[in-house]
Design a protein around this ligand. Structure first.
Ligand code: SAM
Ligand code: SF4
Ligand code: SF4
Length: 330
């Protein structure tokens, strides 16, 4: 059974990211197209029961880690129900959120098996937060980070770096790890449909490392797990750590174990895949979807859905055939 989730390069996909919604309460300019997205009709979205059943099917076939994402997953009215039901599965369960609604769901977080929460925060300055998210919610986001830390959760902070916007905050973010046991993860700005990606806005892994080495003489590279997601470092003596997700300039595809299920039930075998595989319709028709899943995984390309050079990766001809990030789930 297990080989259903193994691709033609021998990569086993044990990590499933499930998007719960295409909606969001922020409007991050690098994610949400300025003219919005066409939302799926409600009856095309997975119900809570369908999320659970499909998740179980993946777990029976080798998935051992599930991350809930979106859009903003906490916006979903039945989020607590979904989280608690998933927490009965024998998996590592986690969540990526913009943090705004975390306080309303804290008791459910505690009741589930979530240990780590990934929170997106691209700036430490309230006025810049409003510029990038188009919403005045910095205070709530940062209060909720403190709340999670005080409650003993591991917190990872995702920072999408954009040249000229927040690349001057790299060291400030790393300094957050001095007295707090958090992991900051700098993400290279990636192109998706409608997000106005521009090469001049890309802050590369090398740029980040140059900044780090100029500011600190005592950084250590941390050991790399097999299914690397970020290259991680620590400043000696600091409680937390930081990592770099260099999907654009130095991707991690060789050890990729990640697949995605969109809120409308489409399987994406890569973040950048231009094609997707509908699971929800055949599932609703009572068909056996295991062969469908197997075929989709087998078709996965070696690197970035076939965009293996920087040139192809940054050519709108290719990436504009993908969805907007808000409807994929990062
Ligand atoms: N709303 C939640 C949040 O922001 O954490 C979850 C969904 S969001 C799409 C998941 C992650 O994707 C976030 O950390 C976000 O910063 C990241 N992301 C969105 N657009 C991106 C882009 N163009 N390049 C790199 N990361 C991006
Ligand atoms: Fe919403 Fe997350 Fe996208 Fe920002 S990154 S618009 S919070 S889905
Ligand atoms: Fe995996 Fe695709 Fe990301 Fe590469 S680009 S690590 S293949 S999801």
């Amino acid at each position: 059974m297990r080989q259903i989730l193994t691709d033609s390069f021998g990569r086993e996909h044990q990590y499933l990211r499930i998007s719960l919604t295409e909606k969001c309460n922020l409007r991050c300019t690098y994610c949400m197209p300025s003219d919005g997205v066409v939302l799926s009709p409600k009856d095309h979205l997975m119900t809570a029961d369908e999320v659970i059943t499909l998740a179980k099917l993946f777990v029976e076939n080798g998935v051992n880690k599930i991350r809930l994402t979106g859009g903003e997953p906490l916006l979903r009215k039945d989020f607590d129900d979904i989280l608690l039901r998933l927490s009965d599965l024998d998996i590592e369960l986690s969540l990526t959120t913009n943090g705004i609604l975390v306080d309303r769901h804290l008791e459910t977080f505690k009741a589930s098996n979530i240990e780590t929460v990934n929170l997106s925060l691209d700036t430490l300055r309230p006025e810049k937060f409003k510029l990038i998210t188009l919403r005045d919610q910095f205070k709530k986001a940062s209060e909720n980070i403190d709340l999670l830390l005080n409650e003993g959760f591991n917190v990872k902070i995702n920072v999408v770096l954009i040249s000229g916007f927040n690349d001057d905050e790299i060291i400030d973010f790393i300094n957050l790890t001095r007295e707090r046991s958090i992991q900051v993860r700098f993400i290279e700005f990636m192109p998706f449909l409608g997000n106005r990606w521009d090469r001049s806005k890309l802050v590369s892994e090398q740029f980040i490392l140059d900044k780090v080495y100029a500011a600190f003489s005592n950084s250590t590279r941390l050991p790399e797990p097999r299914n690397l997601i970020s290259r991680d470092y620590k400043i000696d003596g600091y409680l937390g750590s930081f990592g770099i997700i260099s999907t654009m300039t130095n991707p991690f595809c060789d050890g990729c174990n990640r697949i995605r299920l969109t809120a409308n039930g489409k399987l994406k075998n890569c973040l950048f895949s231009q094609s997707e595989t509908d699971l929800l319709t055949p599932y609703r028709n009572g068909e056996d979807i295991l062969p469908v899943i197997q075929k989709a995984i087998w078709a996965k390309r070696a690197k970035r859905a076939g965009m293996d050079t920087f040139e192809t990766m940054t050519d709108p001809k290719y990436f504009e055939q993908n969805r907007s990030m808000i409807t994929i789930g990062g």
